[in-house]
Design a protein around this ligand. Structure first.
Ligand SMILES: Nc1ncnc2c1ncn2[C@@H]1O[C@H](COP(=O)(O)OP(=O)(O)OP(=O)(O)O)[C@@H](O)[C@H]1O
Ligand SMILES: [Mg+2]
Length: 349
């Protein structure tokens, strides 16, 4: 079992009470806990300013710097429970989730839950879109520790059923988002989708499913000055295909490209730089099948970018008309990247 955060954001029937009742909920929580609010530091939303899933405030709690997180979007497993399970099996001394002081489970009647955690001064491991060579190496150090020490066993229940069918259903959902929006023409995405299916059917069933943090992005891997890390977005723990995190990290980079003169050759060079850095990570180096598994995860990311991020674009950046030039620029980059990984996966055209 895992949380279905992204799915809930897209669910039309879901109530986003936090957007409408923010002040009311905040004052209730403050009264109950005596948390002192200094300022808002983060708003969890997916594409839409009015769909607010969470709001985070910096402040103090019993004289200590702290963060209050109000969780509006429904969760299946509360963050405290996930963090407890994670920490119970975590053997790393340098990777941790934030320490939670107070928590209130998500409650359907109230429409929210909350946590108060220790404030962390750690900063993103690098700034998107482009990591330096030293930063890619540092990310590799993080990944080795994460894979070998922070995750030592399955601490949430494994999903049941056919994972290939589940993956294809997700892609089909993305296709619907894309078709409903109508930004892309059929020829922009359909040929890629048709090429995706046989590759997915061939490769996905032989890629292991691993316990993983499914939001490994530079903003969620925070680094302290002493080289230790704080993991954010802990509601995203679950299972995914091996190396999905490594692909997600690269995906998060290209989603931040805002330069229409950035060429495909430059992107490919950047992506290859990441692959080279990944291949120097001991646990990756030991896997003779890394290239194939990773290429398949990158194919997933690029079909997802084409169909959902760009084709299904919504809200505050990609949904805006004035940003269409970035959208179509990235679309063309992604189509070529898709060709690259499809070829690597043995597609004959
Ligand atoms: N304890 C903390 N100290 C400092 N900053 C924090 C802390 N907790 C959260 N933040 C900041 O707020 C951001 C969002 O936190 P988090 O990812 O936990 O919330 P969310 O996105 O609403 O939740 P989730 O991703 O699990 O759905 C983090 O990336 C980080 O910048
Ligand atoms: Mg998050």
């Amino acid at each position: 079992m895992a949380n279905r955060i992204s799915e809930r954001f897209f669910d039309k029937g879901h109530d986003f009470d936090l957007y409408h009742k923010e002040r009311q909920i905040l004052s209730r929580v403050v009264k109950k806990t005596e948390f002192e609010v200094e300022k808002e530091i983060f708003r969890g939303k997916v594409y839409d300013d009015k769909k607010v899933g969470s709001i985070l405030y910096k402040g103090s709690y019993k004289g200590r710097d702290a963060v209050l997180k109000i969780q509006g979007l429904q969760v299946d497993i509360d963050e405290i429970e996930i963090i407890r399970k994670f920490e119970a099996q975590n053997k790393s001394k340098i990777i941790h989730a934030p320490k939670i002081f107070v928590h209130k489970r998500w409650d359907k009647k109230a429409g929210y839950g909350f946590t108060i955690s220790e404030y962390s001064t750690a900063v993103p491991i690098f700034k998107r879109p482009f990591a330096s060579a030293a930063q890619t190496k540092e990310f590799g150090r993080f990944y080795q520790e994460y894979r070998t020490k922070a995750v030592t066993k399955d601490f949430l229940e494994r999903p049941k059923g056919d994972t290939l069918a589940g993956s294809l259903a997700k892609v089909d959902y993305w296709r619907k988002l894309c078709e409903n929006k109508g930004i892309l023409k059929l020829e922009d995405y359909a040929p890629y989708l048709m090429r995706y299916y046989p590759l997915a059917a061939k490769h996905l069933p032989t890629i292991p499913i691993t316990m993983s943090h499914n939001h490994i992005t530079p903003e969620d891997v925070l680094r302290n000055k002493d080289g230790s890390f704080v993991l954010m977005s802990n509601l995203f723990w679950g299972h995914s295909y091996q190396y999905n995190e490594l692909a997600m990290n690269v995906w998060h980079c290209w989603m931040a490209i805002r330069d229409t003169s950035y060429t495909y050759e430059q992107l490919l060079k950047y992506v290859k730089g990441w692959i080279a850095a990944y291949k120097r990570i001991p646990i990756v180096k030991a896997d003779k099948d890394f290239d194939r598994k990773f290429a398949m995860q990158m194919l997933n990311r690029s079909i997802g970018t084409i169909l959902a991020d760009l084709g299904g674009a919504n809200g505050y950046f990609w949904g805006k008309m004035e940003n269409r030039k970035y959208l179509f620029h990235l679309l063309h980059l992604e189509q070529k990247l898709f060709d690259h990984f499809a070829e690597q996966l043995g597609e004959k055209r």
